[in-house]
Every structure is written in C-alpha cells, then in structure tokens.
Design a binder for this molecule. Structure first.
Ligand code: FES
Length: 204
C-alpha cells in the first residue's frame, strides 16, 4: 500500500499494523502530534482517498477528517495538506568573515552539515550548502561576496519543489530565484523584508 500527499511529491509505502502518524514519522516527515490518542487534534488531517480503521474498529473513508495517531490504513491513502510541526527555517545572521556566519543568540535550528540554504542579500540570493555548524557559528561551503554586516538565511528542503519565484524590485523583472516551494518562498520574502531589499514573490 502507498500513501501520497495531495499536490506534493511526498509519498511513502504503508503497512497495516502501524498508524499513519508512526509511518509518516518513520518516513522523516515532521508531523505535528502530542497526545497520540485522538484528543489534542494536532495530527488531524483530511482523508482524500482510501480507507482507515481506528482501534475501536470505526472505519473512515474519503472526505473524513482523521486523527493520524489513531488511523491504520486498509487501502492506498491520499491525504490533504499534512499537519506539520512549526519549524524555524529562516534566520537573520551576522557575518563574521567571508565563510562564517553567526546565528541569533538562543536559536537552535535544523541546520546540519550539507543542508541546502539560501543566503538572501539586499540585491541577490546565493544558493549554497552548509559545511559545518559549531554552536551558533556556521561555516559555508563557498565564500560570501557580501560587504554588509548581516544577511538572511533560509533553510531549503531539497526534497520539496514548487513554482514560486522570488524577485527584487530593483532588479525586476529579472528573476532572482525560482523553484522554491510556497512555504520557503514566503519565508525568504519575510527575511528579505527585514533587510533593506524590496522583494516580492510571484508564482509560476
Ligand atoms: S496526536 Fe493528538 S490527536 Fe493525534
């Protein structure tokens, strides 16, 4: 059996024994959850296709809202947008030297070596990877060509894709970046607006 998430490239294979929450987490998806007994509603999700069964033997079919923590699949499943854990993906960083950045104080992050990141300058975006993280200090794979004291940094999920484009008004209509998923494009825009740049997002 197979689980797909409508409108995204996310999919995973399914077994009948584990809940959709367990199987989604095993697939590496940061699903929102808390109680794991159907009460908190954090893992609720729309079932678009297929059928699931709860521990009390109730069955739910397409069109139902289901608790992923209770639902075990009995068929191929298509879900609507997943309930994801809020996740910090954007930061304003201080520049230490041409290959090092400093995260804001007290911020933990999902930044791990080899992760993909966008560096948002006033007038340009650099797509690069992280070489190393030591506490708040980040070492980049490629040197920066920036002379400003800080820049925006957005973590990119390389497995997600999209047709959103980020532009700078000063450079419009020249394209600054494309192929961002919607969430990343919005976060990149929010970070850019904290700087001096005049950025905007378009689709397609
Ligand atoms: S984790 Fe609380 S309802 Fe599923």
């Amino acid at each position: 059996m197979r689980l797909t998430v409508d409108g995204t490239p996310r999919h995973c294979s399914l077994n009948r024994e584990d809940t959709l929450l367990q199987q989604g987490l095993a697939a590496g998806w940061p699903l929102a959850r808390s109680c794991r007994n159907g009460n908190c509603e954090r893992c609720f999700c729309q079932l678009l296709s297929g059928e699931v069964i709860y521990p009390d033997h109730r069955r739910y079919r397409a069109g139902s809202t289901i608790a992923l923590c209770l639902a075990r699949p009995t068929a191929n499943i298509v879900l609507g947008s997943l309930p994801l854990q809020p996740h910090q993906r954007a930061w304003r960083c201080e520049i230490i030297n041409d290959t090092s950045l400093l995260l804001p104080a007290g911020r933990s992050s999902g930044l791990e070596p080899a992760c993909h990141i966008l560096l948002i300058h006033d007038n340009s975006i650099t797509n690069t990877t992280l070489r190393r993280r030591e506490g708040r200090r980040l070492t980049l794979d490629a040197p920066l060509a920036s002379t400003v004291p800080s820049l925006g940094l957005v973590l990119i999920d390389a497995h997600r894709c999209g047709d959103w484009q980020l532009h700078n008004r000063a450079c419009s209509p020249s394209l600054q970046w494309q192929g961002l998923d919607e969430d990343t494009a919005r976060q990149a825009l929010a970070v850019a607006r904290k700087g001096r740049g005049q950025w905007f997002v378009t689709t397609g």
